[in-house]
Design a protein around this ligand. Structure first.
Ligand code: ANZ
Length: 842
């Protein structure tokens, strides 16, 4: 048999494709329906790894599929090439971050081309190119004009290793930096923010548009991240202070149960309360306490099992509904930047408040009788076995009564259910002017300034009088200064501040000395709109072309890792809505459908240097060939599942590809042969595949399609070796179908087969073939033949047979004649085409 030599097939086709550009998208002339299939663009951290290989193989199946279905497909690629790793590597090796970045891009580009991803190489972008980041600056200025970009001083997450701030999103659940792994601390800095909180409701409500086309897990993660809470703001007068303090509560119904107030120690409010009324001793203790609090992360502070700490501030608040005096405490379980940084504590019904009350001997007052029946709430306990409310006293049990019930000890609210009491108390407060309905979000504004070099400079000039001046649009881009003479080593302020010639500029208003903003933007800004830039990557007059964007966007299918389930997707959704509001795009969600591929593991765990279990992509490609690796990725299982490389067989994939490829050598008919004259049995296998594969691909069941291809290869091989032979037209039809199917997964092998079958390249641009429906129905069905209810025979009949013909056919059977003998047939029950029963007279 001929030898399948993947290496020579690859080196034959890669340069041919380079010339032919079969994946170039013609935006203008092409009138076919469009599909925008986008893979999350890579960070150029080194050469491509197994994770890239999986993601790009799967995204490519989808892009190639739609191309084959007759769509004009846009499948672009670029590089997310600003960011810390380049800068850190550059510091370590004394290089310019540019060199490290663009060298890695070159390496990845070479690998991607070898990997035969069907990208349109004529529309590549790099976010670190001035041609790209100019438009980040443009976007910033648009947001600034709209009041959506602003500067404020606040406590920020500080990464003490990378010496830069982190967005909340970049702090892991254990309080460490997603980037450096260092324990994140709080630091007070003036920073730039994007006002994403203005969009919280829309970011939440629009998730409905994505149901069914985004993984439900990702939708849930977005929803939780935004974290909307509905309740009320309640104003408490403060003794010795002219202004009231407002608290946010989701349970205004429990207002009569408030027994103290707690403020966040790190809030301005706490500082002020202490400064204007606490004793010297409390002031000192507070200062020590605050220093401690600042060492702990937000997650630690919210942990329920943490011993409660706090300080009584010797100040009092007045409950607006009953005039009660509530002592004010500072405690770290209350966060400064959630709600108003202050809570009304209701220990009977809130566990954190209860733990605190018990730790410091504060009163507990029950105001909801959780044993009283409430319509629609099924009692958990047997009514005959009900405990008394006193037995459930949270002060003794230590368990807060958080459930539904009826209000007690609450004046006008007594007897009401929770929801009715909430409605009523809000009414009462609104009338008195001491409260109103309120919503709160876990989501915070997006901190976008970074104190590092390798990013987009923020296009703002600061006057010596503190004024802010946006750099005029026609002066963009504000280019990054060269690294010569700059010290990139992190030291807490941006290295750009050290570029004297760059940072010192005249004030645009009066020419007086002024300074450029020396911070750079979070690289999530770059990736929040890149999908729009792919439509006109070379246009130096605008960020994107609204005409093309309207035709192509939103992205029909986005493919990428679940690691980006929150940050990147949330920011891209936010910026899309901003651009919609500014009139630049006509849609509000950037990605209509999302596929999250799983991870590639080795022996059950993520590949990592420390575990020493890294499988090198280039080794796999050298050993098994590109197509075998790609096919293995698709065949391993559902795309959302992780792939354990120890459990799959790229060698098996290579063997299958060789078997498929060798079929061509045994096809002896010409391309002009009439398939209709071919062997029906084989044609039926072929057409079943043609009929089923599209639906399976659209349902992301790539592995099933590969399995069906294997069946088809086997059927073709059998027809050649022990059936009608290689000259049968059905064999050609089957083998051509194998090539068309394989072209989704194994482009080199498929292209080579296609040429040897007598066609011009590229197979990527040949359409899919429709299935012949007459070959899809069953040819015969089995009819059961009974005499007096006993099965006497089974015959193959046409599914369209009528009752009379079925009866006549069955009567002629020797088996039937023998069992009827000489008895008289009194009734015949014929249920064509499945059953016929002869009933005789005994
Ligand atoms: C009184 C109350 C009684 C509360 C009760 C709950 C139960 P979510 O769902 O997370 O929004 N809270 C408000 N601001 C806070 C802050 N800055 N730091 C810590 N906790 C804060 O929770 C809202 C509830 O968390 C609010 O409702 C408030 O406690 C507390 F039986 O007010 B509640």
């Amino acid at each position: 048999a001929e030898r399948y030599d993947f290496a020579s097939i690859q080196s034959k086709w890669q340069p041919r494709w380079e010339e032919l550009k079969p994946y170039r998208t013609d935006l203008e002339g092409d009138k076919r329906p469009r599909k925008y299939v986008l893979d999350m663009f890579p960070y150029p951290s080194g050469d491509l790894h197994m994770g890239h290989a999986e993601a790009y193989a799967l995204g490519d199946v989808i892009a190639r599929y739609w191309r084959q279905q007759g769509f004009n497909v846009l499948h672009p690629i670029g590089w997310d090439s600003f960011g810390l790793p380049a800068e850190n590597a550059a510091i370590k090796r004394g290089l310019d971050p540019r060199q490290w970045t663009y060298d890695n891009i070159e390496q990845q580009r070479t690998s991607m081309k070898r990997y035969a991803t069907s990208f349109d190489w004529d529309r590549v972008l790099h976010t670190s190119d001035p041609e790209y980041y100019k438009w980040n600056q443009w976007l910033f200025l648009k947001m600034y004009e709209k009041g959506l970009a602003y500067r404020k001083a606040s406590w920020v997450n500080w990464d003490p290793v990378d010496q830069t701030v982190l967005a909340n999103e970049q702090v892991l659940a254990d309080g460490t930096s997603e980037r450096s792994g260092a324990v994140v601390v709080k630091k007070k800095l003036t920073q730039w923010y994007f006002r994403i909180t203005d969009y919280a409701d829309r970011l939440l409500d629009d998730l409905k548009q994505l149901e069914g086309t985004w993984p439900s897990k990702v939708i849930a993660m977005q929803r939780n991240w935004i974290g909307r809470s509905v309740g009320a703001d309640v104003d408490f007068a403060i003794e010795g202070r002219s202004e009231p303090v407002t608290v946010f509560t989701t349970r205004p119904d429990t207002l009569y149960g408030a027994t103290f107030m707690v403020v966040a120690p790190d809030s301005d409010l706490a500082q002020e309360l202490v400064a204007n009324g606490s004793s010297e001793e409390v002031r000192e203790r507070f200062t020590t306490y605050l220093a401690d609090v600042q060492k702990s992360s937000e997650t630690e502070r919210q942990a329920t099992d943490r011993p409660k700490t706090g300080i009584f501030l010797e100040r009092y608040a007045i409950n607006p509904v009953n005039g009660e005096r509530l002592p004010i405490w500072a405690a770290d379980y209350v966060l400064a930047d959630y709600g108003h940084g202050a809570v009304m504590a209701v220990p009977a019904h809130d566990q954190r408040d209860l733990d605190f009350a018990r730790a410091f001997g504060l009163p507990v007052r029950v105001v909801v009788d959780t044993l009283a029946p409430v319509t629609g709430v099924i009692p958990v306990l047997d009514p005959d076995d009900l405990p008394e409310l006193e037995d459930l006293n949270p002060g003794t049990t230590g368990i807060a009564l958080a459930g539904e019930g009826r209000l007690i000890n609450s004046g006008p609210l007594d007897g009401l259910s929770k929801s009715n009491a909430i409605r009523k108390i809000i009414e009462i407060l609104e009338q008195a002017g001491t409260g109103r309905p309120a919503k709160n979000y876990r989501l915070r504004d997006w901190l976008i300034s970074r104190q590092r070099y390798w990013g987009t400079p923020i296009p703002i000039i600061h006057g010596s009088d503190g004024s802010e001046h946006p750099v005029p649009e026609e002066q963009l881009p504000v280019l990054l200064p060269p690294t010569e003479g700059l010290n990139l080593t992190p030291k807490g302020t941006s290295p750009l501040g050290g570029a004297e010639d760059w940072v010192n500029v005249p004030n645009p208003v009066d020419g007086s000395p002024a300074l450029r903003d020396a911070d750079t933007m979070d690289t999530f800004v770059d990736s929040s709109w890149y999908f729009l830039r792919f439509l006109s990557p070379q246009d130096d007059t605008k960020a994107f072309d609204p005409r093309e964007v309207d035709k192509w966007a939103p992205v029909d299918q986005y493919v990428g890792g679940v690691t980006h389930a929150i940050l990147h997707l949330l920011y891209a959704r936010f910026i899309t809505k901003v651009l919609f509001d500014l009139g630049y795009v006509s849609f509000t969600e950037p990605f209509s459908a999302l596929l999250n591929q799983g991870m590639v593991l080795m022996e059950g765990s993520a590949m990592s240097k420390s575990k020493g279990n890294i499988v090198k992509l280039s080794d796999q490609l050298d050993e098994h060939g590109v197509d075998a690796v790609r096919l293995t990725m698709a065949f391993a299982g559902p795309p959302e599942d992780d792939i354990d490389w120890a459990d799959v067989s790229p060698a098996g994939s290579a063997k299958f590809l060789a078997r498929a490829w060798r079929l061509v050598g045994d096809v002896t008919s010409a391309p002009t042969v009439n398939w209709r004259d071919g062997d029906r049995a084989l044609r039926r296998v072929t057409h079943r595949f043609l009929a089923e594969a599209p639906g399976l691909i659209e349902a992301f069941k790539f592995n099933v399609v590969v399995a069906r291809l294997m069946e088809l290869v086997n059927a073709a091989r059998k027809a050649i070796d022990s059936g009608p032979g290689g000259g049968d037209p059905a064999v050609r039809e089957a083998v051509e179908t194998v090539a068309l199917g394989l072209s989704l997964f194994a482009p080199y092998t498929a292209e080579d087969m296609w040429e040897r079958l007598g066609y011009e390249p590229s197979i990527a641009n040949y359409g899919w073939r429709g299935a012949d429906s007459s070959l899809l129905t069953e040819e015969t069905v089995t009819a059961v033949v009974q005499v007096d209810g006993k099965v006497r025979d089974r015959i193959e009949v046409s599914p369209k047979i009528d009752g009379a013909t079925l009866e006549a056919t069955a009567r002629e059977l020797a088996s039937v004649k023998r069992s009827i003998g000489d008895r008289e047939v009194v009734t015949v029950v014929a249920r064509a085409p499945r059953l016929v029963n002869f009933v005789t007279k005994p």
